[in-house]
Ligand binder design. Structure first.
Ligand SMILES: Cc1cc2nc3c(=O)[nH]c(=O)nc-3n(C[C@H](O)[C@H](O)[C@H](O)COP(=O)(O)O)c2cc1C
Length: 329
């Protein structure tokens, strides 16, 4: 249920978290989520330690920049090299990471072939070294985000419990699917529960949460907190809605005009972060379908955004769709 959560040496007033989403989880998205939802914290997208160590500060902006108006941020790193991870851990601590997570769930071939992401689940000795490298180089709470055995032949759940405990991980995030499984496969709550019961550290459950019913099902595993990833895109108020409804109170949804303004703010802030209106507009094309959920003619909205060339045009057409009664209710 909704309550404060202590992760390592930090306590957060609520136990819902905005999860990492590559291509989405930069400061403008997290800032909106913080403003409308006040989650425990939000995550960056996965950042390769090589990128952190070898790219200029300017090239890193989109990954590492925190907005002064956002809340706590968990930096998610990717690596299979303990000394690199040690150095990257120091750097992101200096950049202001409030927590640090190691990605152990990414199914992408390019990441797995480097021995990182979900391939770490089958390499407990390396995973132990990696967690120690993080723990020894920061004072902020450290976690790993994993996938589960599922119906695969890989049986690593038990081994992960051992490694996580021995290495002193502060908390564990579990996405209840095997790394080969797509989103059509339902989240495996029973395996999340296995980790909850086997570990003494807090376990964060993740997978398929978008409403109070699914959230209650996740909390029934006994998990200390819940991470919400995809459902938060285009509805930065979602986590606050879930918190409010879990407390049996009524949540007033933002107006369509407010949602239109959120979309514009998201793209404007992206343009500043990326130093390019053009790139921000391209990113805006991917986001339109999420912010456009409430529009009667969202397909037309998305296609108009697709043709849009600059911020002024984007604002005009968003005003037209959101402010002139072109929506469902
Ligand atoms: C487009 C996309 C990008 C993602 N990027 C990341 C990532 O960078 N790091 C990570 O740990 N998980 C990533 N995930 C997985 C999510 O964080 C989450 O574990 C998964 O979507 C299940 O949670 P959900 O049902 O709440 O979305 C990504 C998922 C999607 C769909």
């Amino acid at each position: 249920m909704i309550k404060p959560i202590t992760l390592g040496n930090k306590t957060f007033p609520v136990n819902l978290i905005q999860g990492p989403l590559a291509g989405v989880s930069s400061a403008p998205f997290r800032r909106l989520t913080w403003y409308y939802s006040r989650p425990a914290f939000s995550c960056t997208e996965m950042i390769s330690c090589k990128t952190i160590l070898h790219h200029s500060q300017a090239a890193l902006e989109r990954f590492i920049k925190k907005d002064p108006e956002e809340g706590p941020v968990c930096f998610q790193l990717s690596s299979n090299n303990p000394s690199e991870l040690a150095e990257a851990t120091k750097r992101v601590t200096d950049y202001g990471a409030d927590l640090i997570d190691l990605n152990c769930g990414c199914p992408v071939k390019k990441i797995r072939s480097k021995g990182a992401g979900s391939s770490l689940l089958a390499n407990p000795a390396k995973l132990y070294q990696l967690i120690c490298a993080m723990k020894q180089n920061t004072s902020v709470p450290v976690s790993i985000k994993i996938r589960v055995d599922g119906e695969s032949d890989e049986k690593y759940n038990q081994e992960i419990v051992k490694v996580v405990s021995e290495a002193g991980t502060d908390f564990l995030i579990v996405h209840g699917r095997h790394w080969t499984e797509q989103y059509e496969t339902p989240c495996r709550y029973d395996e999340i529960q296995f980790f909850v019961e086997a570990l003494s550290i807090p376990v964060i459950g993740n997978g398929d949460i978008a409403c109070v019913d699914s959230l209650k099902k996740m909390f029934a595993t006994g998990c200390a907190g819940v991470m919400i990833a995809r459902a938060g895109v285009g509805q930065p108020w979602l986590i606050r809605k879930l918190i409010t409804e879990m407390q049996q109170e009524k949540f007033s949804l933002p107006s369509h005009q407010d949602i239109g303004s959120m979309f514009i703010t998201h793209i404007e802030k992206l343009a500043i972060l990326l130093g390019s209106e053009k790139i921000a507009i391209v990113e805006g094309r991917k986001l339109a379908k999420y912010y456009g959920r409430c529009l009667k003619n969202k397909i037309e909205f998305c296609s108009a955004v697709n043709k849009c060339e600059n911020l002024a045009e984007l604002k005009m057409l968003t005003l037209e769709f959101y402010f002139h009664g072109n929506h469902d209710n």
